[in-house]
Design a protein around this ligand. Sequence first.
Ligand code: IMP
Length: 177
Amino acid sequence: MIQLGEHHFSEYLSAATIQDKVKELGAAINKDYSSEDPPIVMALLNGAFIFAADLCRQFDFECQLQLLRVSSYKGMESTGKVIVDHSAEPNMEGRQVLIIEDIVDTGNTLAAYLPTLETKGARSVRVCSLLLKPDAIQHDLQIHYLGFEIPNEFVIGYGLDYNGRGRNLGSIYSIVQ
Ligand code: IMP
């Protein structure tokens, strides 16, 4: 059990369980891409930075990795307003794009961002998310590579934060109500 501010969290996915899943996802992604036609890999910051760092080291194809700042969350609530830093985007014309997300919650972030990729000429767009909250999602989204479905509860660790805290934890912890 750990405490951040007034909230307590208990371990939900151990670091070892997460690392096994990262390897599994990496193997699935390696089957679908090659260095002849490599994807541009874009990780959505801040939350996905640790997952993306581990996942991209599983890739056996040569890829271009871009970190992209996207935000919609404040504290434990999605604000519904998605802000994307488009200035960091590489040229996607004719390219395959792989998006790395830490967690799909309401789906607002991906629902707002994915359609913009086609307008920029991306030839194909796939999404890899470590976590999905099926009971929270509000959009019809295809997650091509998914780590774990989790209950609709707030989680921290492995890149995920509560007001900037908890990102450095190796395991994922779920809030204790
Ligand atoms: P969505 O737009 O509602 O799908 O949420 C996407 C973003 O919200 C994620 O990339 C996270 O940064 C953040 N988020 C959603 N659920 C959680 C959570 O349980 N803990 C921490 N951050 C979360």
